[in-house]
Design a protein around this ligand. Structure first.
Ligand code: C2E
Ligand code: MG
Ligand code: MG
Ligand code: MG
Length: 272
């Protein structure tokens, strides 16, 4: 049974998807060593004229349940790759992160499809990282096969929201991830809670031991940024650095952030 409110939402979403009324915003991720822009993560947005802004946490699962996720993924990835080209033309050289649904991994030809899309738009595959949240329904062996295909093509793989879901240490060891993103749940109280800080530190060390780079999600304060840097975290993402931005705002943000980073470094010499 699907609730009436969900039906309305689904209907609205399908129309927005078909009529090109979805858009992508982009959230920067910066190095904690030198403050530089490392990547931008593409995040889908849907503003319904009547319902207002609806969170992807609501409509992505709906799209997954009702057979619309492939269409959403194709549209979103193509839009993001095209945007990469525009930035490139403006002299803004960056890498991309794109969220994919675990359901997409059920298609054996999904890695080929992504590679073809990159080729068609002349985006080097090593500029792309796919972010996966757990929820993969496949047996580990099959998942391993699909993920390995991506890696062979040079596409990076990040495990998203690490620490709050079902991902096991065994998967982390066996699957060919290149990056781990620590869920913001742990980042939130890390400066005030010794236990959280210890967990964050342990995840960072573990990930580094396995050869993964580590990103902290949901960095909202300078205290969190400083702590993460002290704990050896590689990159940070969150409202303190930047909210998800319209594509055109990335250049201005970069200039503004560089100044802010330099002030931070000046205020605290050991941040250098
Ligand atoms: P995610 O990939 O873990 O993305 C991070 C979410 O946290 C984003 O929410 C982002 O706006 C938000 N966020 C970033 N920094 C902060 C912060 O400092 N504080 C707080 N409180 N939040 C922060 P958003 O855009 O609502 O996306 C929610 C989830 O929906 C994403 O989680 C991702 O799993 C999914 N999603 C978003 N766009 C897409 C898409 O194009 N395709 C698919 N399959 N999933 C998507
Ligand atoms: Mg993500
Ligand atoms: Mg996340
Ligand atoms: Mg998430």
């Amino acid at each position: 049974m699907i609730a009436q409110s969900d039906l309305g939402l689904l209907d609205g979403f399908e129309r927005a998807l078909i009529n090109g009324r979805l858009r992508m915003v982009y959230q920067p991720k910066v190095s904690l060593t030198d403050g530089r822009l490392r990547r931008v993560e593409a995040l889908v947005r849907w503003d319904d004229p009547k319902l207002g802004a609806i969170s992807p946490s609501k409509f992505v699962p709906l799209a997954e349940e009702h057979g619309l996720i492939d269409q959403l993924t194709n549209w979103g990835l193509r839009t993001t790759l095209r945007q990469w080209l525009k930035w490139q033309e403006q002299g803004l050289d960056t890498c991309l992160a794109f969220n994919i649904s675990a359901l997409s991994l059920d298609h054996l030809d999904f890695p080929d499809l992504v590679e073809r899309m990159c080729r068609a738009l002349n985006v080097p595959t090593d500029r792309l990282v796919l972010e996966l949240t757990e929820g993969a329904t496949q047996p580990l062996v099959k998942l391993m096969d699909t993920l390995t295909r991506f890696r062979i093509k040079g596409i990076g793989l990040a495990i998203d929201d690490f620490g709050v879901g079902y991902s096991t240490l065994m998967q982390l060891r066996q699957l060919p991830f290149t990056e781990l993103k620590i869920d913001r749940f742990f980042i939130e109280d890390a400066p005030s809670s010794k236990d959280s800080a210890l967990i964050v530190k342990s995840i960072i060390d573990l990930a580094h031991g396995l050869g993964l780079t580590v990103t902290a999600e949901g960095v909202e304060t300078v205290e969190q940024l400083r702590l993460l840097r002290d704990l050896g975290c590689d990159t940070a993402q969150g409202f303190f650095v930047a909210r998800p931005l319209e594509a055109d705002a990335l250049q201005d943000w970069r200039v503004e952030w560089r100044e802010r980073w330099e002030t931070l470094v000046d205020e605290e010499p050991e941040l250098l």
